[in-house]
Design a protein around this ligand. Structure first.
Ligand SMILES: NC(=O)c1ccc[n+]([C@@H]2O[C@H](COP(=O)([O-])OP(=O)(O)OC[C@H]3O[C@@H](n4cnc5c(N)ncnc54)[C@H](OP(=O)(O)O)[C@@H]3O)[C@@H](O)[C@H]2O)c1
Length: 339
């Protein structure tokens, strides 16, 4: 029988046995705001093995079966990027709330259609970016937006890591692969957050894999008011994640991490002033980004709009517009694309 208690922990079903789902489950396990109650796979045996391994009460042999499960209130969607739009819309139409993995879609038109479906269904849809649930990120955004160290003039943000397995979904153009749509979503969304407005134009250059996706990409992004930004991403480097925000009256540096641990703490370095700058280092408590993001999603679904501290609808769509424009410019060898 369906559990109709909508005041207890938010009952989440996971769409697929994706690798990231394992980390999500481990992260949210201590939460009393969410509970993973079901997992679905294209293959029932895979779903069952995954459910057994992670102590999930129910395993289902199709994605449709998960959407039809009355006990599931909300869907976590970590399908390959090209499948985000279709299955998120289907989940919303089935009456579920959706926490959809980044990138929200592979085109801005799809992103708009997804949020339109959420409005029609009266359900919540948000994009999963664990770093956006971190107090560290909020502190950096507040500092930059407050104007305390002047207007930002240059923002450089990067994320790179190695992708070696040729069967990885990240290398498949048909599944929405590519460094930009994967790693690049982080620096591009951080830049959009800190800029506070939509850019005017972008230009980008990339190297490409034999499979036809971007392997390494650098984008120049021009904002109104004189802010210039640069986003870099790669599937061919050591693990590298940094952002430098150079403002009129100082500089902020952060790794804008998804998850803060004792071994990898959240550190923000702030220098105030010019040649005689004073330096401050702010440290943030360990916090699993999946837990923070899922708790925030549960607050939103349970009726507290301010409970959601992550990226909102308008910004998710604008980031998707930026990603689309950047990849179009890279494909055109750096020709500027207006936004
Ligand atoms: N926020 C983060 O920190 C973070 C980190 C990593 C990844 N992600 C995002 O999470 C999503 C999944 O990434 P991942 O690395 O976990 O992917 P993955 O391990 O390759 O899992 C994708 C899952 O999709 C299902 N699937 C359905 N059709 C498929 C197809 N044609 N080919 C391959 N798989 C198919 C499979 O599940 P079944 O076989 O069970 O149906 C598969 O396990 C991506 O959107 C990625 O951007 C987010």
């Amino acid at each position: 029988m369906a559990d109709t208690d909508n005041t207890g922990p938010l009952r989440i079903g996971i769409l697929s046995t994706a690798n990231i789902g394992r980390h999500f489950i481990a992260g949210v396990k201590p939460s009393d705001k969410v509970k993973v109650v079901a997992v679905a796979s294209r293959d029932l045996a895979s779903a069952q093995a995954f459910a057994d391994r992670h102590a999930i009460p129910r395993a289902l042999g199709s994605y449709d079966a998960l959407l039809a499960d009355p006990e599931v209130e909300a869907i976590y969607n970590p399908l390959p990027n090209s499948m985000h739009a279709e299955w998120t819309i289907r989940a919303l139409e089935a009456g579920k709330h959706v926490l959809c993995e980044k990138p929200i879609a592979v085109t801005a038109a799809d992103a708009r259609a997804m949020f339109a479906a959420a409005h029609s269904a009266g359900r919540c849809l948000v994009e999963a970016f664990p770093y956006r649930a971190q107090p560290q990120t909020h502190a950096v955004a507040e500092l930059v937006h407050s104007g305390e160290i002047g207007l930002p003039k240059i923002i450089q943000a990067a994320f790179g890591f190695p992708v070696a397995n040729p069967s990885n979904i990240r290398l498949d153009p048909g599944l929405g692969g590519g460094a930009l749509l994967d790693a690049g979503t982080y620096p591009v969304s951080l830049i959009r957050l800190l800029a506070g407005v939509k850019p005017i134009r972008v230009s980008a250059m990339a190297t490409w894999t034999e499979s036809g996706v971007d392997a390494t990409l650098i984008a120049n992004i021009e904002f109104p008011g004189g802010l210039l930004a640069q986003a870099a991403c790669s599937f061919g480097t050591g693990v590298y994640r940094r952002a430098t925000i150079a403002c009129e009256g100082g500089v902020v540096m952060t790794e804008y991490l998804n998850h803060l641990t004792a071994a990898a703490p959240g550190v923000v370095d702030i220098s105030r002033g010019g040649w005689d700058a004073t330096n401050e280092t702010r440290r943030f408590e360990p916090l699993d980004g999946f837990r923070a993001e899922a708790d925030s999603f549960a607050d939103l679904v349970r009726g507290d709009p301010a409970g959601w501290t992550g990226i909102g609808e308008a910004e998710s769509i604008e980031v998707m517009e930026m990603l689309e424009a950047i990849i179009a410019s890279a494909a055109a060898h750096g020709a500027p694309v207006e936004l």
